[in-house]
Write a protein of this length. Structure first.
Length: 71
């Protein structure tokens, strides 16, 4: 099994967009739950689709998370 890459928090905090794997580590959200949130919000303004890949706009997603009570 391939080992997952670990990212430096400071490095991710300076990025505007995060890949799926980066978002999992930065926000400490599990893979299954993050996929569910993306699926439920496919037209959200914090989500960028490039082909079949999705990227999260970090500052916009942070505001989204701050506005909800439960994930």
């Amino acid at each position: 099994m391939a080992q997952k890459k670990t990212y430096d928090f400071a490095e991710l905090a300076n990025k505007y967009t995060l890949s799926f794997e980066e978002a999992m580590q930065y926000f400490r959200i599990g893979e299954k739950r993050l996929r569910q949130v993306i699926h439920e919000n496919e037209d959200a303004d914090w989500l960028i689709w490039i082909g079949n890949r999705h990227y999260l706009k970090r500052p916009v997603f942070e505001k989204y998370l701050a506005g909800i009570n439960r994930l």
